[in-house]
Ligand binder design. Structure first.
Ligand code: BGC
Length: 758
């Protein structure tokens, strides 16, 4: 056994709460202003800063607290409210801000928060779809567009990006994140923070503060069951869950939101270890922590806090600075301090953090700087914003299968039949989490395809995916009985050269409180597809979904499959441009697609185990005996209208000293007939380590654009950051030993080279 030398990159630093790292430096001017202001504040006013109320219309959780609009206004006047959420529009925001600024004793402005999850009004694709682009510039731009529209509407702060890594397709909320991989997730988290916050100076009134959520381990809730507990070990916590949050903190994110789940029995809202030891001390995060909706109060039914007093104390001591909609900090905290049960320094720290972000946003200089009616009209829904989200939508599409060269469609001279109610839906493509958008504003696939005037296009609905149009707060009712449209569709299918079928989940079929036990096409959709296939097998399946689906029959039988998620307001144009070949798809899956629910959790960066499966040698250990071992589509998978060939990767040396950077090179050639883009992916495997490492870990990727016949050499250089990992105490270490570097167009098809770190 080879004992390795261990290099400690960073030992656990016991910093005090006011010490910060290079990324989150404090501005001494602002700190002085906070000192002056806080010296005038009463304990009730300080606690007031820690209180956030929901606005007056959109509700995203159980019964809002704070009473009627009048009662909320009264509390604002008393200085008992530091923030509002879901108040939006210049007029509405001005109304509440004026009360805070002009009618309270100290005139402290409110910070206005909102869920800007994938766009504000001009909706971009759902975040999971955007992740499929692997295009960090486009993702940053998409967040910038979202920020600009929200800011123009008076909002200062978004509850996003969500960066919960998840391996469980049953969990509905993975549509809000970037998929299963912490490396890709971390890069995307940083790109989104940059898109929302710009250069972190907030000198532009079109940038807003961002929130890293949900901290932490929400994506690892048991069974993918919404709001459930997460029982996870340190290896998963440090190496899978936390890395994207660390990237966001390093990118300067200004707030972090608790998650609803417990972590090994402790509600995340009261988890001192992750909030104080890691986030606020080790990472030196200088912004503030907001609870999730009522997550302080929900510690009572969790069986953790015996009453509201106990919940308030546990949350504030753990480091939760602002109370969203529990209504618990205001009535209890000041009293707990007076009784000597909670140390006032916790209140001071929380208040300081919140005021800091308000100062940074320029709200003290001009509380109305985000409030400009003219700007609101100009920015929201601008042509440029529509163009940016269309670009993002095209880049998010993943081509899963294309046999018989069915795609691209011919722009004329081909009889095309379009089927399925989702094809004409102007609502479903908007996806979930789109509170500020207007219903039925998406370009439907039908409308997008109609732009191709020469095309011989016929639309027949054939099937209703749902029985009625769902909303954010209602359950989706999928159609399980109505086959009345089947005959007309079958008749039309006889005469078509090619059939485009839009099937999948409704936009509200994923999202919060939308866990599923079945990942098949819901309702009658698979039956419908099979019926049509019997008549005419020339089918292009356009999938709409917010999570991986188990589409085995389609994969075996349908010649062409296009993963089109929920692509936002420009969905139909994006899909049409891909179908007719005006855009060559280049997306790659950010999540593994299982063959059946029993395989879940299935993910590419799994462990080898002591008895690995080896089909070639007839060794069938680690597998389910009633299922293929492989996934339906692996992580990183996606095709193009052209083809790419990878050379054997080469490495600049075979042995490296610690700190040296191995450089792996590969040449990629476009061997097909279309110009196209390929996402080249680099994985590593650390063969022996003090904590066993996954079989593969993504550590680099690059988008390569190539004309037909063109080749390009690219290089990946591996630093300690890519070569190391967190040990079970949370220390980042790089160990000596042998590694493999693997490069390819998806996680399952790679070419490898070996090297050693001495
Ligand atoms: C969600 C958060 C969201 C909050 C406010 C909660 O239900 O978990 O992600 O930011 O509501 O709408």
């Amino acid at each position: 056994m080879n004992f390795k030398r261990i290099l400690f990159i960073s030992a656990m630093n016991m910093l005090t709460v006011t010490q910060v790292n290079a990324q989150q430096k404090l501005n001494p001017e602002i700190e002085k202003k906070i000192d002056v202001l806080m010296s005038k504040m009463t304990i009730d006013e300080k606690v007031g800063q820690m209180n956030q109320y929901n606005g007056f219309w959109d509700v995203t959780g159980p019964t809002p607290v704070g009473g009627s609009a009048e009662q909320k206004y009264e509390n604002i006047k008393k200085g008992l409210v530091g923030s509002m959420l879901t108040v939006r529009g210049v007029k509405e925001v001005r109304a509440v801000q004026k009360i805070a600024v002009e009618q309270t004793r100290l005139g402290i402005p409110l910070i206005i928060g909102f869920d800007v999850i994938h766009g504000y009004k001009t909706l971009s694709p759902i975040p999971l779809a955007e992740a499929a682009s692997w295009d960090l510039k486009a993702i940053e731009k998409s967040a910038e567009v979202a920020a600009s529209e929200a800011a123009a509407s008076g909002i200062n702060w978004t509850f996003g990006p969500m960066m919960d890594i998840s391996r469980d397709a049953r969990w509905g909320r993975l549509m809000e994140g970037a998929g299963e991989d912490p490396f890709l997730g971390g890069k995307i988290a940083a790109a989104r923070v940059k898109g929302f916050q710009g250069d972190n100076s907030f000198s532009s009134p079109l940038r807003i503060a961002a929130t890293a959520k949900h901290f932490a381990a929400y994506g690892f809730i048991e069974g993918g069951l919404e709001y459930n507990s997460a029982e996870i070990g340190t290896n998963t916590l440090y190496n899978q869950v936390l890395p994207p949050f660390k990237e966001a903190v390093d990118a300067g994110i200004r707030s972090v939101m608790n998650s609803f789940n417990t972590i090994n029995g402790v509600p995340a809202t009261a988890d001192k270890h992750i909030l104080r030891d890691i986030l606020k001390q080790k990472w030196a995060f200088s912004g503030f922590v907001i609870s999730d909706w009522a997550s302080i109060r929900e510690m009572i039914p969790w069986g953790y806090s015996k009453d509201e007093n106990a919940a308030a104390k546990a949350a504030v001591e753990a480091g939760t600075d602002m109370d969203m909609e529990s209504g618990i900090y205001v009535p209890y905290l000041a009293e707990l301090v007076k009784q000597g049960k909670v140390n006032e320094s916790y209140i001071d720290e929380a208040c300081r953090r919140i005021l800091r972000v308000k100062f940074e946003l320029g709200l003290f200089d001009d509380p109305y700087r985000f409030l400009d009616e003219k700007r609101e009209k100009e920015v929201i829904g601008s042509k440029a914003n529509h163009e940016a989200v269309l670009d993002m939508a095209k880049k998010s599409i993943v081509l899963l299968k294309n046999e018989k060269n069915l795609l691209p469609l011919k722009k004329s001279g081909q009889k095309i039949l379009l089927l399925g109610s989702l094809a004409e839906s102007k609502n479903s493509p908007l996806g979930s989490w789109r509170i500020a958008s207007d219903n039925n504003t998406a370009v439907s696939v039908l409308e997008g395809m109609k732009q191709y005037k020469e095309s011989d296009l016929q639309y027949v609905k054939g099937i209703n995916t749902t029985t009625e149009e769902p909303t954010f707060l209602t359950e989706v009712q999928y159609n399980t009985t109505d086959r009345s449209g089947f005959e007309e569709a079958k008749k039309a299918a006889k005469n078509a050269d090619v059939i485009v079928m839009v099937l999948g989940e409704h936009g509200f079929g994923s999202g919060e409180a939308r866990s599923r036990t079945d990942l098949n096409l819901p309702g009658l959709q698979e039956e419908f597809m099979k019926e049509i296939y019997k008549i005419n097998p020339n089918i292009v399946l356009v999938l709409n979904n917010g999570r991986p689906l188990t589409i085995n029959w389609a994969d075996e039988n349908i010649p062409a499959i296009v993963e089109a998620w929920q692509l936002g307001i420009q969905a139909g144009n994006a899909v049409a441009q891909v179908l007719y070949g005006d855009y060559n798809p280049s997306g790659k899956l950010p999540m593994t697609f299982p063959r059946n629910v029993g395989q879940v959790p299935i993910y590419y960066n799994h462990m080898n185990t002591g008895r690995p499966f080896d089909k070639d040698n007839n060794v069938f250990w680690t597998h389910y005996s009633d299922s293929e071992k492989t996934p339906l589509y692996p992580f990183g998978y996606g095709l193009s209208y052209t083809t790419f060939e990878y050379s054997q990767p080469v490495i600049n040396k075979n042995q490296f000293q610690k700190g040296e950077k191995p450089v792996v090179s590969v040449t990629i050639k476009n061997t097909g007939k279309y110009a196209g883009k390929e996402v080249a992916q680099l994985y590593i495997h650390d063969e022996f380590a003090s904590v066993a490492r996954p079989v593969k870990e993504l550590k680099g990727f690059e988008l390569v654009e190539l004309k037909p016949g063109e080749s390009k050499a690219i290089q990946f250089s591996l630093t300690d950051k890519e070569l190391g990992f967190y040990d079970n105490s949370g220390n980042f270490i790089v160990e000596s030993g042998t590694f493999k570097a693997m490069i390819g167009g998806n996680s399952a098809e790679v070419k490898q080279v070996s090297f050693e770190i001495k």
